[in-house]
Design a protein around this ligand. Structure first.
Ligand code: GTP
Ligand code: MG
Ligand code: ZN
Length: 304
C-alpha cells in the first residue's frame, strides 16, 4: 500500500480499519489508507481505534498513541476474560437467522453484554425469506421478536437472497459506526456485501484471505458505507460467551428487571427464589415476562 509522504516525521490522526497482530491498516482524514505497525510500548490498537501515527523516512509508519476509547465491544475468551474486538461504536447489530437457528439465550447474552458496555443494541433477523409461518422455533429468540420490540428494541428483518432485501437497514446504519455480530453463518458478511456497492474493492484492499476456499470471516474489519458511516464485519461465534460479571452488571443488562433490582427485602437479593423478592413479584404480576426471568436465572447461574 502506498505511503503518503505528508505524514513523515509528524503525528497525524488516523482510524484503525483492521488490526493483524503487530500491524494494521489505518485511514487518514483525507480517506487514504496506509499500512502501519505497532510498538509494544504503545500497545495494540483495535478495529475502530483512533490513533496518532508517525513515520520515519522510508519505514512503515508507527502508531505513536492510541486515543482514549469511547467504548469497547468484547466477548469472553476461553478463560472467561474480556476480549476486545472493536472500539468506539454507536451500535451493535445482533444478527440472528432461522438457519443456523440461535440458541435459547444467545440474544439475552448479547443484550447483557451490549448494555454493560454502554452501546445501543439492534436486532436483525437475516434470511427472513426462510422463516415459515407458524414455525415454533422452540421458545428461541425467533419466537420472541414482538416481545423484543415491546421491550423497546429495534428489530429488523433482512434478506440477502429475497424480500425484503437490506434497504430497511440502510437508514439505521447511516452516519453511525455499527458492528455486525452473531453466530457463524447467519449472513453478516453477506449483509456487508449487499450494503457496499464497492464491496470487492474494499475487501480486496483490507483482508488477507487465507486462500483455503472458506468464506468464514476471521478478522474484524471496518468498511465505509456509501452514504456515510462505518460498518464493521466480525468473525462469527458458535456461542457468545460472557465474562465473569457482578450481579449489578447482569441485572442492568435486563432492562425489564433492572427497575425492580434494589427493591427486594434483602439488599443482596439475587432474584433467584429469595423471600420478599420484588423481581419475582413482578413476574407473578405479569410485569416481567416469565421467559425473560428464566433467561436471567440461567445467566445468573453461569455468571460467577
Ligand atoms: N437463504 C439465505 N441465505 C443467506 C442469506 N444471507 C446469507 N446467506 C448465506 O448464508 C451463508 C453464510 O453467509 P455469510 O455471510 O458468510 O455468514 P457470516 O455471518 O458472515 O459467517 P461467519 O463469517 O462465519 O461469521 C452463505 O452461504 C450465504 O450465501 C439470506 O438472506 N438468505
Ligand atoms: Mg463473515
Ligand atoms: Zn430480588
Amino acid at each position: 500500500m502506498e505511503v503518503k509522504g505528508t505524514i513523515a516525521n509528524m503525528n497525524q490522526p488516523a482510524l484503525i480499519l483492521v488490526s493483524y497482530g503487530a500491524n494494521g491498516i489505518a485511514e487518514l482524514p483525507d480517506g487514504s489508507r496506509l499500512d502501519v505497525s505497532y510498538r509494544r510500548s504503545v500497545g495494540r490498537p483495535f478495529c475502530g481505534d483512533r490513533v496518532c501515527i508517525k513515520a520515519a523516512d522510508g519505514q512503515t509508519p508507527l502508531v505513536s498513541r492510541i486515543l482514549e476509547r469511547r467504548n469497547e465491544f468484547a466477548r469472553a475468551d476461553a478463560r472467561r476474560r474480556k476480549q476486545v474486538i472493536a472500539a468506539n461504536l454507536d451500535q451493535v447489530v445482533i444478527v440472528i437467522s432461522p438457519r443456523p437457528e440461535p440458541s435459547t439465550d444467545l440474544v439475552e447474552r448479547y443484550l447483557v453484554a451490549v448494555h454493560s458496555m454502554g452501546i445501543r443494541p439492534v436486532i436483525v433477523v437475516n434470511k427472513v425469506e426462510l422463516m415459515e409461518k407458524g414455525m415454533s422455533h422452540e421458545n428461541g429468540p425467533l419466537s420472541h421478536l414482538n416481545e423484543y420490540r415491546d421491550l423497546g428494541y429495534e428489530v429488523l428483518g433482512t434478506s440477502c437472497k429475497g424480500e425484503p432485501g437490506t434497504v430497511t437497514l440502510q437508514p439505521l446504519l447511516a452516519d453511525t459506526t455499527s458492528i455486525l455480530v452473531g453466530q457463524s453463518g447467519v449472513g453478516k458478511s453477506s449483509l456487508v456485501n449487499a450494503l457496499l456497492p464497492d464491496h470487492d474493492l474494499q475487501t480486496g484492499a483490507l483482508s488477507r484471505t487465507t486462500g483455503k476456499g472458506t468464506h468464514t470471516t476471521t478478522t474484524t474489519i471496518m468498511y465505509n458505507l456509501p452514504g456515510g458511516g462505518k460498518l464493521i464485519d466480525s468473525p462469527g461465534v458458535w456461542e457468545y460467551g460472557l465474562w465473569k460479571m457482578e450481579l449489578q452488571e447482569l441485572a442492568h443488562g435486563f432492562i425489564d428487571i433492572e427497575p425492580w433490582h434494589g427493591h427486594c427485602r434483602f439488599n443482596d437479593c439475587r432474584h433467584s427464589g429469595e423471600p420478599g423478592c420484588a423481581v419475582a413479584d413482578a413476574v407473578t404480576q405479569g410485569k416481567i415476562m416469565q421467559w425473560r426471568y428464566e433467561a436471567y436465572r440461567r445467566l445468573l447461574d453461569q455468571s460467577g
